[in-house]
Design a binder for this molecule. Structure first.
Ligand code: HEC
Length: 140
């Protein structure tokens, strides 16, 4: 109970900063993933696993930081559509969570066996970013 109320307190203090920080970790993991997928960064199984773990952590936590009224924050690019259509937003979030959890599962203990395995795992996660952004994010 204590742990739960602690999380809620943090969430209500600055949910916008928290959800943006989670998305920035997605951005960093996507950069690392893309670099390896394009061959700009040598493939490394531990780095690949870290990127997938980062997606998975963000996917798990992200949905907790959308309290009513937090679309009015000056710093947010979250679309008001999230609160108008919470079900649709949650469906996009669910796709992201499912893909990230499956990718983590496939990566196993030592990370994806090779670049092709990583491309398949990360590709399915990265496909969900754009879908949600198109519907539920605005350009400021
Ligand atoms: C379920 C919806 C959803 C998914 C899936 C999603 N995003 Fe986002 N993303 C958002 C929303 C909403 C914002 C705006 C948050 C805000 O400003 O309050 C955002 C913002 C961002 C930002 C900007 C953060 C900032 O500092 O303003 C980056 C970078 C980003 N997302 C990357 C990604 C990447 C990479 C993925 C896929 C791995 C991804 N997102 C998946 C909804 C999503």
């Amino acid at each position: 109970m204590l742990a739960v109320s602690g999380v809620t307190a943090v969430a209500s203090e600055d949910p916008v900063a928290t959800r943006k920080a989670l998305m920035q970790s997605n951005g960093a993991a996507a950069g690392l993933s893309g670099g390896m997928m394009k061959g700009e960064i040598p493939y490394n199984a531990a780095a690949a696993k870290a990127a997938l773990a980062s997606f998975n952590a963000a996917a798990t936590a992200f949905g907790d930081y959308f309290p009513e009224g937090s679309d009015m924050d000056a710093n947010t690019t979250a679309s008001p559509k999230i609160w108008e259509d919470m079900e649709g937003f949650e469906a996009e979030l669910d796709k992201f969570q499912t893909a990230a959890a499956a990718a983590m599962q496939a990566a196993g203990k030592d990370g994806p066996a090779d670049l092709d395995a990583f491309k398949a795992a990360a590709g399915s996660v990265l496909g969900t970013c754009k879908d949600c952004h198109e519907g539920y994010r605005v350009k400021n």
